[in-house]
Ligand binder design. Structure first.
Ligand code: AMP
Ligand code: ZN
Length: 462
């Protein structure tokens, strides 16, 4: 079977062929660690994780590198405004380094809660200043840079493929250049190194051949990916918002510095999590974090399950109602696994389902389809529980829903809730569904959820 992936570069779905047989170099743009990552950000990391799990399932050895932006990301992606880390440090009255370490540790906790596998290498921008300076020097020697009053800039007019990834209309952009290009030669030029402002003392600044300052946001990804994956590698991922600026600039500086075309063979981008159709972004005040969802009584893996129900290239509009529905389905799935564990028996061979599953995941990571196949397995009348469980555990190498570890929870149900459950069962028997629904809501208001199955109604704390 061949794995097909959708490449943003060229907008085509094609067979994945790594540079080195059997091995994959994968780089993912990581978090800017000045605040908590919200569930929108985490959708992108779940997508990265699914990609990595599918590659591993298909037998590739994956080296995954993720950067941590702890300097240089300005409040505007266009090299203007304050440094997000410095701003957060001033606001919280702490050292920028402590802020970075704190939010990175929360982020890694979120990874654990969501069953996201850690990258092979984490790399911080502030720990790779030397590599970034060397890369800028390389670009300077080749004549791609110029100096302005506030920094060293990349001259995008010298790279003829500029904007190819994003299908940018450079001429259209150029026409606006006089308005806000400032000292830049072209509107699309971007900072490689920024000088510290003379009137303020920055917490994070370094000496460089051009003056004291700090690296621009984009250069870290080119410098660190080449250090850990080489000057050309297989797959680069990120959220779709990175296409027009960050990734476009990464390509420009890397292809000019390393002379490899293409610098990256496959570009994969995850679509956004939206909220009532609007983009969720940290700068707008953000939405939920995983801990906040936990406080509302949702287990993190129910959110992972919700993400699996929409293909990674389609926007996912978030609501607590859709999360409720995903939680119910996930609970039902776990209850089925528990029931099957109690009665493992074998019947027909499960190969057909496995083939279907492999076809789905190799079709540009089609998780909604793969989840459908999982339910086909569970509802199949001919397979035995033993085969069903084996398939579930096998598929879960990709889903990451922790199915092997699900255990029956012992719930102490208070008497009043038990009585409501009995009343509801009575109502259902009499086909009085309006009353049954009303009772379900009363039970929910007391903090308990119900799961109806062939074996009866299970009560669960929510
Ligand atoms: P940041 O910490 O802002 O650099 O963002 C971290 C990652 O989250 C990047 O890959 C972004 O593209 C991605 N991202 C930001 N907002 C969203 C969203 N609403 N939905 C999905 N991904 C997002
Ligand atoms: Zn990046």
């Amino acid at each position: 079977m061949t794995l097909k992936l959708f490449n943003t570069q060229g907008r085509t779905l094609g067979e994945f062929r790594p540079i080195k047989k059997g091995e994959v170099g994968l780089y993912s743009c990581g978090p800017t660690v000045y605040w908590y990552q919200h569930i929108g950000n985490l959708r992108t990391y779940i997508f990265n994780d699914i990609l990595k799990r599918v590659l591993t399932y298909d037998g590739f050895k994956v080296k995954h590198v993720m950067n941590v932006t702890d300097v240089g990301h300005l409040t505007s992606d266009a090299d203007e405004g304050e440094d997000k880390m410095e701003k957060a440090a001033a606001k919280e009255g702490k050292k920028a380094e402590d802020i970075a370490n704190f939010y990175l540790s929360v982020f890694r906790e979120d990874f654990k809660k969501l069953n996201i596998t850690e990258p092979t290498v984490w790399c911080k921008a502030t720990e790779h200043i030397k590599e970034q300076i060397e890369l800028i020097q390389k670009l300077e020697k080749k004549g791609f840079t110029y100096k302005t009053e506030d920094g060293i800039y990349f001259d995008t007019s010298k790279f003829e493929d500029y904007g190819k990834l994003a299908l940018l209309n450079i001429e259209g952009l150029e026409s606006g250049k006089r308005i806000d290009a400032g000292e830049k030669k072209n509107k699309t030029d971007f900072a490689l190194w920024k000088f510290s402002n003379k009137d303020e003392k920055r917490q994070q600044e370094w000496k460089s051949p051009w003056g004291t300052g700090f690296p621009g946001w984009h250069i870290e990804c080119s410098a660190m990916s080449s250090k850990y994956l080489g000057e050309q590698f297989d797959i680069h991922t990120g959220g779709e918002d990175h296409i027009p600026v960050h990734h476009t600039n990464e390509i420009a500086q890397s292809e000019c510095a390393f002379g490899k075309k293409p610098w990256v063979k496959y570009w994969l981008h995850g679509a956004f999590l939206t909220f009532k159709g609007d983009k969720i972004s940290k700068s707008k005040g953000g939405l939920y974090t995983i801990s906040e969802l936990e406080k509302l009584g949702y287990e993190p893996l129910a959110y992972r399950y919700l993400c699996l129900l929409t293909h990674y290239r389609k926007p996912l509009d978030f609501s607590l109602e859709s999360l409720d529905a995903a939680r119910t389905a996930y609970d039902r799935l776990k209850a089925k696994i528990i029931d099957m564990k109690k009665d493992e028996f074998s019947r027909k061979t499960p190969t057909e389902f496995k083939q279907q599953f492999m076809r789905a995941i190799d079709e540009d990571l089609n998780m909604p389809k793969a989840i459908g196949i999982l339910w086909d397995v569970l509802n199949d009348d001919l397979l035995g529980n033993k085969q069903k469980l084996e398939l579930c555990y096998d598929f879960d190498k990709v889903f990451g829903l922790g199915l092997k570890d699900v255990k029956e929870e012992k719930v102490d149900v208070p008497k009043e809730v038990k009585e409501l459950v009995d009343k509801r069962n009575e109502a259902k028997k009499k086909k009085d569904f309006a009353l049954a629904d009303k009772l379900r809501n009363e039970i929910k208001a007391k903090g308990y959820g119900l799961l109806d199955s062939k074996e009866g109604t299970k009560v669960k704390k929510i």
